[in-house]
Design a protein around this ligand. Structure first.
Ligand SMILES: [Zn+2]
Length: 527
């Protein structure tokens, strides 16, 4: 076991080195909790952070130890101030990608072997890790799981110790996936604090999910600015020998804008490449189109926005829907409803974004994506799209299931006041404004009343139960989980974050991206 310790220390340093030229996307979604007598801890407010982490930047430990006077929220989110910025901060949730970035060695830590244990298909050796007496503040303390072939750390669970003055470290459970030969890359971090036991003194209570993806992205950071951005891929799809008519020219122009935007968002790590999830989305869109005799000059495409906030938008004939929104929708009818709103925009010709056919508008650094792209319609177009969407739904195979959509909207309304960050969109129109759900409001009274006591009434799902993303290549796929019976109202957890429990597999033996399985209880609920 002594040799094993040497091996995993060496492998950890190897991983730090291997990933040092990477700038993955890191997303943290945090829910502050309050105790509800019936539902237990429920979100009272939420916070969202999205950034690019430069894993090559080393930070002097002394620097961050001085930052203890900074506010708790700032520390928690790693000191990131601006959304989608490329920087590495050693504090906050992005910290626990490594046990100890600078001093993971025998001089600073004691290791004791605990037992063997399987995580998914992978047999692991489990060690407890504690900082030595004079190792300094903010050292990792907890447990690590080391796979028994390459001796890579695959999971870390614990906190940092001793805490800093006037501050403290939260607890984290950090998971890695074997997405490239020989290395296990950090993918999911779950954190939770707070105690609602009688007499407990909580200053804070929260739960948070951190997801990391986009390891294979080109550096889109401050050093690159415009140099690596490709602008050479606008396709010339016109097979005719003739000049384009004015209408044709307009359509080609719109398609050019659409292609530019889709490519730029994919390049920035915000859009999954076309894949399995799109087939499902496109089937639903087709169901709406066929039953409504919609015949568009070009087929409607769909893409998955990789982020958690609930949003949809469309550019040209491409409908984009966020991972978070797909996660929480209880059934296909609800999915059809949110897609119908965007399809309605397309059918009504509410085309946004034709300015992006000018390639200069694609020339910005990844940091500035949200400042440079936007697809928000004016209120009149939003209302018209909702009205048209309702018409499309009523002619569709989903017409008999609109009660479920109504129920979802009610569940969303019930939580809208406390989930401001989840409902703040970054590219499209929001589903709710000032705590009131506005999207498809004509359906919001449809269906039965929301009833927490009805265990078979699944109005909305927790986050993370539907879509899994491969953190290396950003491919999205639908999670397959066995249904787990809900036994109390507390099991429903609509729109909530839960711990991660991915099924670990070795590279090449199965689908590499593992699914957070803890939401299995709900994921098949409404189907
Ligand atoms: Zn809209």
């Amino acid at each position: 076991m002594d040799q094993v310790v040497n091996l995993f220390i060496e492998r950890e340093h190897g991983l730090i080195k291997t990933l040092s030229n990477r700038t993955p996307v890191v997303e943290t979604y945090l829910q502050n909790l309050t105790n509800d007598p019936q539902l237990g801890p429920i979100p009272s407010e939420d916070h969202y952070f999205l950034g690019r982490m430069d894993m090559g930047e080393t930070v002097d430990r002394k620097d961050y130890l001085k930052e203890e006077e900074k506010g708790f929220q700032t520390r928690l989110l790693g000191g990131f101030q601006k959304l989608y910025k490329v920087q590495y901060q050693p504090t906050g949730f992005s910290w626990m990608v490594y046990a100890d970035r600078t001093d993971f060695d025998r001089e600073h830590y004691g290791f004791s072997y605990v037992r063997r244990e399987f995580l998914g298909e992978v047999r692991c050796l489990v060690f407890d890790v504690a900082p030595k007496k004079d190792a300094g503040r903010g050292r990792f303390k907890g447990r690590i799981w080391v796979e028994d072939q390459g001796f890579n750390i695959v999971r870390l669970n614990g906190t940092y110790y001793p805490p800093l003055r006037n501050s403290y470290f939260f607890h984290m459970d950090s998971w890695r996936l074997n997405l490239i030969p020989g290395y296990w890359v950090p993918a999911y971090i779950y954190s939770e604090e707070g105690d609602f036991a009688a007499g407990a003194k909580n200053k804070i209570a929260f739960k948070a999910q951190t997801r990391i993806w986009g390891y294979d992205l080109k550096k889109g950071g401050k050093d690159d600015e415009l140099t690596q951005i490709r602008v050479d891929s606008v396709k010339d799809d016109s097979p005719t020998a003739q000049d384009a008519s004015p209408l044709q020219a307009e359509r080609v122009w719109q398609q050019q804008a659409e292609d530019n935007v889709v490519e730029r968002l994919t390049y920035a790590g915000l859009l999954a490449p076309e894949g399995d999830v799109d087939h499902i989305l496109q089937t639903v869109v087709n169901n709406l189109e066929v039953t409504n005799n919609i015949d568009l000059p070009r087929p409607v495409r769909t893409r998955v926005l990789l982020t958690a906030p609930l949003e949809t938008f469309s550019v040209g004939n491409t409908i984009v829907i966020s991972r978070g929104l797909i996660d929480v929708l209880p059934d296909e009818a609800s999915l059809a409803a949110v897609l119908a709103h965007e399809l309605a925009h397309i059918v009504l010709g509410h085309n946004l974004g034709s300015q992006y056919a000018f390639n200069d508008r694609m020339l910005f650094s990844d940091d500035a994506t949200y400042q440079n792209l936007g697809f928000k319609h004016i209120p009149e177009e939003e209302q018209a799209a909702d009205k048209k969407a309702l018409e499309l739904l009523k002619n569709s195979p989903y017409a008999q299931k609109l009660d479920n959509v109504g129920l979802f909207l009610k569940a969303l309304q019930a939580r809208a006041g406390s989930l401001n960050a989840l409902l703040t969109t970054h590219l499209g129109n929001p589903l709710a404004e000032n705590g009131t759900v506005t999207r498809l409001s004509a359906l919001s009274t449809q269906g039965p009343a929301l009833d927490n006591n009805k265990l078979d009434q699944i109005a909305a799902l927790p986050l993370g139960g539907r879509v899994k993303v491969n953190p290396w290549d950003d491919k999205a796929e639908i999670v397959k989980t066995a249904p787990v019976a809900i036994t109390s109202a507390r099991d429903k957890m609509p729109f909530e974050v839960t711990p991660f429990f991915p099924r670990l597999t070795r590279y090449g033996t199965a689908t590499p991206a593992a699914a957070p399985a803890t939401t299995a209880s709900n994921s098949n609920g409404g189907n």
